[in-house]
Ligand binder design. Structure first.
Ligand code: BGC
Length: 746
């Protein structure tokens, strides 16, 4: 079976008995290229079987959308489906694969997809939280581990990474991406693709990745999921497309279309996106899958009259595989017979899909990803849990720490651990937690207990629920708080308040949680607010009054240990926000790299761009995060004051000193402002960052390089170019970095 080749007519026999043949015989067959092998399969397929390869159905395990098909097993047997999602575990997928391989005419293996978004069983922080680590190696490792576990559990394909830039915290899916910045989003997209796909797809521990949702899904109007998008081509190309392009360059094998429309055409029917840009401009040679029933939804969008026309539009646009909508399944044969879609067009898609099945080695051994022994050994492997704890603590952002409230002393005698999320396990794994089992997650309370042992008296009560108006629990919470030396209060959202179909118009703390925090702060004791949430929250009172605040997102399986590591100083927090936290929802959209306007804010001038009731500034800016140490920046220099497109890169250096009192990491950020452009330019743009470790008292020189290419944008004629002129450079620990110098590009 290993060296099975598909070569011309002889391969009919190989295919029918593909997986029953003797190895010795097959090993003598010369190795053919993937293209030749794809050719040989193409010759054998009927049109119906080709359409089957272009069809993806969910199993009955989990459904992430509105419809459920009955009888997908019969479809597999009939060769009418080429890929299945929401089926996992080695044993289950082996059985489905057996049907495809042994009971269909040609025995073509199925491709198994699943939303392995931030872990398969070992769950890592939600992607937005993980991005706050700014640690690309750690993010790559998290994706690698997710792939190692999932690939042992029968899976070949993850519907990740989500690389949608998101600037609206009302949108629940902001939780699934890397935040608001395009440059950072592109670097994280590369890291995650590399992590999932590894360096060799034919290995048994890699998954093909999927860059989603192509494109501009994060720009949904009013932050409402599935709502329409209306942005310019400039914004699309400068802000939303670069992370997709980066994923493509990193070798991502699949793209998923988005639900939204763009320029009046739903993405699943957009020839501009799927052919002009993706294929012709970028040269993508993998396959494109739709999002769940998004071809069918083009009827509701009002761009086609019925599903058959929708199938035609999407085929014509460049979609290769229909997820769950059965539009290709139901209408493609007719469309070809009526001459509305050419066989050549169908062949193109089928070739792309088969090529990837070959790349994964599925024709050599269709069961290679379904190995129960390997599954047992790899899922929840101790080194995976250790890595999950490490990236979880790196993702925590210290938002406030008045009078060095943190770290707490381990010698404390009595600690109150309160709040609806303090003992919670269920929400810690966040939305899209794959096959994650929340019962395996470590609650904050358990994390603290494990760290402190029995020497500290730990008091716990919820105080209130996440939602609802019931305050009867306050009394008990306050009673405990009064007897404690310090209070840790865990508040936030439930996991299902972010993710898909989970937009909120009010992004404050739900229920009476803020009142609970206020009552606890009023005791005058040291209070640490531990936030758990999937989006930026508007918490103005807490931001200005709570002694200490830790943003912990939903940190996954090891959450409690990771938070305890930070609370008690075993890890010095180093996370930085990758998305702006507004003061209130009325400031949305608010992101750091906005334009200056012709009337930039001047507090003394009424007729400038501002609100009457709230400052323009956010509560916490992009790039912000404190440490238990203080870092001092200085000595910003460039190796020249003028540089050119054909000269060597500009070298920028600065020194960063850890003023103590702890060892710690700092994310050193480089921002640029293009003073004058042929079109208006953002007030700042991130162009580089480095996460460095400095011992207490240590100082390091950090170097960045900048080329003319890094300064390119779409000029007035929509040409991607760098324009000569003056550029301000800023280096520091957040997007308000004050240390500055200027250079000229000639
Ligand atoms: C989501 C996708 C997901 C798909 C499959 C859809 O509803 O938008 O992100 O990959 O379901 O579960």
């Amino acid at each position: 079976m290993k060296y099975l080749q598909f070569i011309g007519l002889a391969s009919v026999v190989f295919l029918i008995h593909a997986f029953k043949l003797e190895n010795t015989f097959q090993k003598q067959v010369p190795v053919k290229s993937i293209e030749e092998r794809v050719d040989s399969v193409m010759k054998l397929l009927t049109l119906e079987e080709k359409i089957g390869q272009m069809t993806l159905f969910t199993s009955d395990w989990a459904v992430t959308g509105p419809t459920l098909r009955e009888g997908y097993r019969e479809d597999i047997k009939a060769g009418k489906v080429g890929a299945i999602f929401n089926a996992h575990t080695a044993a289950y997928n082996r059985e489905l694969q057996r049907i495809a391989v042994e009971e269909t005419r040609l025995g073509i293996p199925l491709l198994f997809g699943y939303d392995v978004i931030h872990g398969y069983k070992t769950i890592f922080p939600v992607p937005l939280g993980e991005s706050a680590s700014w640690d690309l190696d750690a993010m790559e490792k998290a994706a690698r581990i997710a792939a190692i576990e999932a690939a042992a559990a029968g899976l070949h394909w993850t519907f990740a990474p989500m690389v949608d830039i998101a600037r609206d915290p009302r949108w629940g899916r902001i939780c699934e991406g890397a935040g608001e910045d395009t440059y950072l989003g592109a670097r994280i997209a590369e890291a995650r693709v590399k992590g999932f796909q590894g360096d060799d797809l034919s290995k048994d521990n890699t998954l093909i990745a999927c860059a989603k949702h192509y494109a501009a899904y994060g720009a949904a109007q009013a932050g409402r999921d599935y709502h329409f998008v209306d942005i310019s081509e400039r914004v699309l190309r400068e802000t939303y497309l670069p992370p997709f392009m980066a994923a493509k360059k990193a070798g991502v094998r699949t793209f998923m279309t988005s639900f939204n429309e763009l320029f009046g055409v739903p993405a699943s029917g957009s020839r501009f996106l799927l052919t002009d840009v993706l294929r012709d401009e970028w040269g993508f040679d993998g396959f494109v899958v739709t999002d769940y029933t998004s071809i069918n939804e083009m009827v509701d969008h009002g761009i086609v009259a019925n599903e058959k026309d929708a199938a035609e539009l999407s085929l014509d646009a460049g979609v290769d595989m229909d997820m769950q909508g059965a539009t290709y399944y139901n209408y493609l044969l007719e469309l070809v017979r009526e001459g509305r879609i050419s066989v050549a067009r169908v062949n193109e898609s089928v070739r792309r899909i088969l090529r990837i099945k070959f790349e994964l080695g599925l024709f050599d051994d269709p069961y290679r990803y379904s190995n129960t022994e390997r599954e047992k050994a790899r899922v929840f492997a101790p080194e995976h849990l250790e890595a999950a704890r490490d990236i979880a603590r790196k993702s925590i952002v210290l938002l406030r720490n008045e009078k060095n409230t943190l770290p707490l002393s381990k010698k404390i005698r009595t600690l109150a651990v309160v709040g609806p999320l303090a003992a919670n396990q269920k929400d810690l794994i966040g939305s899209w937690s794959g096959a994650g089992d929340y019962k395996q997650s470590v609650s904050l309370l358990d994390g603290i207990k494990t760290k402190l042992g029995t020497t500290v008296k730990i008091l716990h009560t919820e105080g209130c629920a996440i939602t609802g108006q019931d305050k009867t629990g306050f009394k008990n919470a306050l009673a405990l708080a009064k007897t404690a030396e310090a209070i840790v209060v865990a508040v936030g959202e439930s996991a299902d308040m972010s993710g898909e179909a989970a937009s909120r118009s009010d992004i404050t703390l739900p229920g009476v949680q803020e009142e609970l925090v206020k009552a606890l702060v009023a005791t005058g004791k040291p209070v640490v607010v531990v936030l758990m949430n999937g989006r930026p929250l508007a918490i103005p009172w807490i931001a200005e009054n709570a002694p200490a605040i830790l943003e912990t997102w939903f940190l996954g399986t090891q959450a409690g240990h990771a938070i305890a590591d930070v609370l008690f100083g075993d890890y010095n927090p180093s996370g930085k926000l990758t998305v702006t936290f507004p003061r209130n929802a009325g400031q949305i959209p608010i992101f750091y790299n906005a334009k200056n306007t012709g009337r930039p804010m001047d507090p003394l001038d009424k007729y400038t761009s501002k609100y009457l009731d709230v400052p323009n500034t956010p509560q916490f800016p992009f790039g912000f995060g404190l440490s238990y140490s203080r870092f001092e920046y200085g000595n910003l220099k460039t190796d020249r004051s003028v540089f050119g497109a054909d000269s060597s890169p500009l070298k920028i250096t600065c020194t960063v000193r850890n003023l103590g009192p702890y060892d710690g990491e700092e994310v050193v950020q480089l921002y640029v402002r293009d003073r004058v452009g042929s079109v208006t330019r953002p007030v700042r743009e991130l162009k580089g960052f480095q996460k460095i470790f400095l011992k207490n008292g240590e100082s390091k020189t950090v170097a960045f390089t900048l080329t003319a290419d890094d300064l390119k944008f779409y000029n007035r004629d929509m040409i991607w170019t760098a324009e000569p002129g003056m550029f301000d450079l800023y280096v520091g620990g957040d997007s308000n970095a004050a240390l500055t110098t200027a250079v000229e590009l000639r």
